[in-house]
Design a protein around this ligand. Structure first.
Ligand code: ZN
Length: 434
């Protein structure tokens, strides 16, 4: 088989003619051109157009590596003059018109983004993490166009706001509770943003939505009532548990501040010790403030996910900081409400929780108990409808993890594309596999 035909087979790109290949600084440069039938096409409409001009230097596209060598496709890309779309670079069958990577390369990067960490993707594919954002956007746009309408058959959906850029900016995410995938994601939050989601749905699609879960925000209720009259608005279990989790973290910070204050006061009164390392047998006293500070994940994580160290840290809190441990038990009891096998058990558990929370010595806990009591009906309704907290928690954590992974993307649309690729189960095909 001639080398050029062999290379064409290895590249796996249709409608391409391989002209020559050479090595340049450890990289394999393959000179190609589209087949005659694909030459000088407008990338917008695909129409054959007259050539406007030819560049002095050929353009290069990064392709998948061959063994250890980086591979680049090279082609002197002409500009064409389309009667409808004006003068612009011609389209090529191996890459998106705005990309310097081949489609196969982009598919592989997108697949890796879904399954691996960002450092693995950047190291394995030998690209800068910042270029991954644009790749995700292009692959997502293509897959989304092929996937058809993802808003068909929505019955139970959840609306949530997720922060990014260290909590300074927000995006609105809509989740399908029945499939556990993200169906829509957009920049910003508020009435107008949620309204734009419902505008994308047809009348039948809006009519099929029966349940919308969200946090207690009134604006969500207003939009849902106006756009989805058939839907019932229910309290999102995840947010109820989060109220308690946030409060627990506040209490932990308070406990830490108090411990630091006490330690400083004790250090003032204690006799001064000389310079240098402590003598043999002279142990440094264990810092209570440090122990409280280190207990953050032990307190906030679900008990079934704790590591051995975190379990020890939790036992220490139970021994030494009774008030904080009581708040921890309240958090777990609130989670148990959502694990109830039936409505009656849930009602009994919630009543028990409210009774112990409203008797708490801490004012913040008493305030939260009032808030939960206000939403009691909506909380029990979500249990009755069988909306699983575990599933919502899992998808929320996945979104948060993805947002953290996309740190460094300058463009918010690229971050949204990454969230959609990772959380909406779009099928990304790997090159050379059907
Ligand atoms: Zn055109």
């Amino acid at each position: 088989m001639p080398v050029n035909s062999l290379l064409k087979k290895v590249l796996g790109i249709a409608l391409v003619v391989v002209k020559s290949a050479r090595f340049e600084g450890g990289s394999l440069i393959i000179s190609v051109r589209p087949r005659k039938s694909r030459l000088c096409r407008c990338h917008e409409c695909g129409r054959k157009c007259p050539v406007y001009d030819c560049p002095p230097e050929p353009r290069r596209w990064r392709s998948l590596d061959l063994g250890g060598a980086m591979v680049f496709l090279e082609y002197a890309l002409p500009r064409v003059e389309c009667p409808e779309h004006g003068v612009h670079a011609a389209g090529v069958p191996w890459a998106h018109h705005a990309s310097r990577f081949t489609c196969d390369f982009e598919d592989q990067v997108a697949w890796l983004c879904v399954h691996c960490s960002r450092s693995t993707v950047a190291q394995l594919m030998r690209i800068d993490w910042k270029s991954v954002g644009g790749i995700c956007k292009r692959v997502y746009d293509r897959l989304d166009a092929e996937a058809g309408n993802r808003f068909d058959g929505l019955v139970r959906i959840g609306v949530d706001e997720t922060s990014y850029k260290k909590g300074r900016k927000y995006m609105t995410v809509v989740v399908d509770h029945d499939t556990g995938r993200v169906v829509w994601c957009a920049k910003g939050h508020g009435k107008a943003v949620l309204d734009s989601f419902f505008s994308l749905l047809t009348d039948e699609q809006r009519a099929s939505v029966r349940v919308v879960t969200a946090d207690g925000a009134r604006w969500i209720a207003d939009v849902v009532a106006a756009r989805c009259p058939n839907a019932e608005r229910v309290m999102d279990p995840f947010h109820v548990v989060q109220w308690m989790t946030d409060l627990l973290d506040d209490l932990r910070k308070d406990a830490w501040r108090e411990a630091v204050k006490a330690e400083r006061a004790a250090a003032k009164d204690a006799p001064k010790r000389g310079r240098g390392r402590p003598r043999k047998g002279e142990e440094k006293p264990e810092s209570a403030a440090k122990a409280v500070k280190g207990s953050r994940y032990a307190l906030l994580k679900n008990p079934e996910d704790l590591t051995a160290g975190q379990r020890a840290s939790l036992e220490k809190v139970a021994r030494e900081n009774k008030a904080l441990y009581r708040a921890y038990l309240l958090k777990e009891d609130l989670r148990d409400v959502y694990k109830s096998p039936d409505l009656e058990t849930a009602r009994a558990r919630l009543e028990k929780w409210l009774a112990s929370a409203c008797r708490s010595r801490n004012e913040k806990v008493r305030e939260l108990s009032k808030k939960v009591r206000r939403h009691k009906g909506a909380i029990l309704r979500s249990v009755e409808l069988g909306i699983s907290n575990a599933r919502i928690e899992a998808i929320n954590n996945k979104i948060k993890l993805t947002v953290r992974m996309g740190y460094g993307f300058r463009n918010i649309d690229n971050l949204i594309a990454l969230v959609m690729l990772r959380c909406s189960n779009l099928p990304i095909s790997l090159p050379g596999r059907c």
